[in-house]
Design a protein around this ligand. Sequence first.
Ligand SMILES: [Fe+2]
Ligand SMILES: [Fe+2]
Length: 169
Amino acid sequence: MATEKMIKALNNQLFREFQSEYIYISMEAYFASQNLDGFANFFNVQAQEERAHAYKIFNYIHRIGGKVELQSIPQPKIDFESPKEVIQLALEHEKFITKSIHDILALAIEEKDYTTSAFLQWYINEQAEEEESMEKILNKIKLLKEDPAGILMLDSELAKRVFVPIPTE
Ligand SMILES: [Fe+2]
Ligand SMILES: [Fe+2]
């Protein structure tokens, strides 16, 4: 049985996933304004994934008889210097989310809440993938040294990303 403390921690993570969605939409807007439609597509898909991460928690809270309590989402950063800055910030954000998931898992273990521990395992794996994909893009940008032709090539590559629905039940 999940404790009140655990439901609160899950609601906080629910908030962070929706906040991630919002942050990535803001990054999408920056790239769209720069006519880098491939990067914009990448962040559009990223935002959709975050929404799915949120709904997975939303459904889990209900499944264990908890109450979903939404929080207000602060305005995300809306001005960026360069593609490199955006990707760097996105990577930092993913690392912050990984830590957040690790903290809830630690709480679940402490409370001997093995059902929630099992539920969180999916997020542990997902975060490893998220960090890896962001790190790969950042490394490519570093290699390019912001060379415009290279950025355009990377843009065409990122245009290919499609949203694959995540089971949220
Ligand atoms: Fe997420
Ligand atoms: Fe993420």
